[in-house]
Design a protein around this ligand. Sequence first.
Ligand code: HEC
Ligand code: HEC
Ligand code: HEC
Ligand code: HEC
Ligand code: HEC
Ligand code: HEC
Length: 434
Amino acid sequence: MSSNSRFVPLVLETDTSFNMIKNYLHSACKSFLFLSFLVLISFSSYSQEISTEPAAITAGGQIFNANCKACHRVQQKLVGPALAGVEQRAPSIDWIKRFIKNSSAVIASGDEYAVNLYNEYNKTQMTAFTSLKDEDIMNVLAYIKSEAEKPATPPPGQQTGTGGTATNAGGGSEYLNVILIGMVIILILLVIILGFIISSLKRFLDQRPLSEEEKEVVHSPITFSSITSSRGFLFIVVFIVGALGFKTVINGLYSVGIQKGYAPKQPIAFSHKVHAGQYEIDCKYCHIGVMKGKSATIPSVNICMNCHNQIKTGTNTGEGEIGKIVRAFNENKPIEWVRIHNLPDLAYFNHAQHVNVGGVECQTCHGPIEEMDVVRQHSLLTMGWCIDCHRKTDVNSKGNAYYDKMVEIHKEREGKNPMKVEDIGGLECSKCHY
Ligand code: HEC
Ligand code: HEC
Ligand code: HEC
Ligand code: HEC
Ligand code: HEC
Ligand code: HEC
């Protein structure tokens, strides 16, 4: 009853000390709440405190993986310093924000800490991230702090990646093996049963009065030559040889012009296993065209030099292979990579449509690239391969307003069946042929 404030004065006048205490507590509570509110406000406007909110950490992790992971790890020195504890060793949070947005400006201003760091890292330029907001940087710091506090990180190269397609293929051949073993067992059983039938037939015939000639036939031993000279055997051999020959010819015809498995030697022994696998460098860091355009593009020497003006020796190949990059850079000559995937000119394929709009993973088409020392063509790249996927794959229409109308129309017509690529015109000749 005293919670209703209109009655408070009345109650105070008439009642005992019990209510006075209650009222006192009530106002104390209020002012405490007000105070903590003030403290909260001052914190958020100051906002230099590194958040421990899971949402901030996740958001920061995404920014870190997309922009920073190529050069930084939290616990380990890579191209740039290990970032654990930066918030303490750098001059200030504000300094960190300025440095990330434009490190060369901070260095050029003569800032002592920045100049020392720059020299320590052999004058390697850190990329400028002008598009990152203060809030993004605070999230990255939240992520770094939470990672730094984790006890032990798994060693590099342990990550399994997204190359799920390879294991599927293994599953298919296991299935075949089981069928084959089953068939062999059935054949052996048949031979044993036939043996029993033959011996009981022989016993049966022995009890009959037979002529000498007939007896000879019954007791003629089954020898190798008696088998090979029989007509049934000859038929089976001819059949098997014929079928095998036919299959090789058909396979040969089908693979004309198909380069699945093609893995040429490259001018530099560049390894995706080292870069994309062990060091987890994002595919898009090197194949910069993949989100924006038709072609994924092969990185120029400049991109290699972002890191290799620092890293001069490889664990597996020593200085020889990396030396070739430095030479190409100094002589200003492009590296002549041998192209592996190549559609004929009559077909049109666009990476951005698949990777950016469609959300298809690189590995779905290219296989487990991050496990390959030498890239090999994983898929057939035939028209049948494109069409097959367009029939099976649902369109990723989430968060894409462009598809809202189509999804609606599709629902009216087809009911609950998900919208496939074929439903948006993925089988029309003109979409893939000029
Ligand atoms: C191309 C490689 C590269 C990328 C990408 C990169 N950095 Fe750096 N970073 C460096 C190098 C190298 C340094 C050392 C200073 C120098 O040479 O300029 C550095 C220094 C720093 C420092 C100062 C470290 C210290 O010890 O005080 C911070 C903080 C930092 N980077 C944050 C980031 C963040 C956050 C991102 C992603 C948004 C990022 N960096 C992306 C190369 C990179
Ligand atoms: C450090 C830079 C770098 C990174 C990171 C990288 N690549 Fe590459 N990629 C290259 C270079 C250089 C070539 C050309 C030489 C070769 O084929 O090995 C190449 C070639 C390829 C090719 C074959 C191109 C052709 O000629 O048909 C594919 C496919 C490919 N990369 C996919 C990927 C995928 C998928 C990822 C991420 C898992 C990735 N790459 C990460 C540098 C990189
Ligand atoms: C983001 C940083 C980065 C970029 C970009 C990069 N590399 Fe590397 N590269 C590394 C690291 C890290 C290693 C591992 C060094 C080691 O083995 O200790 C390495 C190793 C190598 C090796 C030696 C591999 C071995 O194990 O012997 C070669 C060759 C190489 N890189 C070629 C290239 C080429 C070509 C490009 C450009 C297409 C390129 N790298 C771009 C970071 C990078
Ligand atoms: C839907 C299948 C598909 C997906 C997904 C895909 N690719 Fe490709 N990729 C292809 C085809 C097909 C070609 C041959 C294109 C041509 O010859 O015009 C190709 C060619 C390439 C090439 C060499 C030629 C070029 O276009 O520059 C690189 C490098 C490459 N892909 C990298 C990637 C990377 C990195 C990703 C993921 C970010 C990716 N691809 C995702 C199908 C795919
Ligand atoms: C792994 C599955 C997959 C493979 C393989 C594939 N595609 Fe696609 N394709 C898609 C998806 C998913 C979309 C829908 C993207 C979107 O949301 O617009 C698409 C869309 C397209 C479109 C646009 C269709 C439209 O109506 O807007 C074209 C053109 C296309 N693909 C060409 C090709 C060609 C050419 C190949 C073979 C070299 C190929 N695709 C292989 C999954 C695939
Ligand atoms: C999803 C994409 C896609 C669609 C849709 C598509 N094609 Fe193709 N087509 C291709 C690709 C990729 C190749 C090249 C394949 C190769 O080199 O094996 C090709 C090759 C061909 C070829 C040449 C065959 C050869 O062996 O060189 C013809 C003819 C052809 N397509 C006709 C058509 C017709 C007609 C349609 C419509 C009914 C059609 N295509 C629809 C992707 C497509």
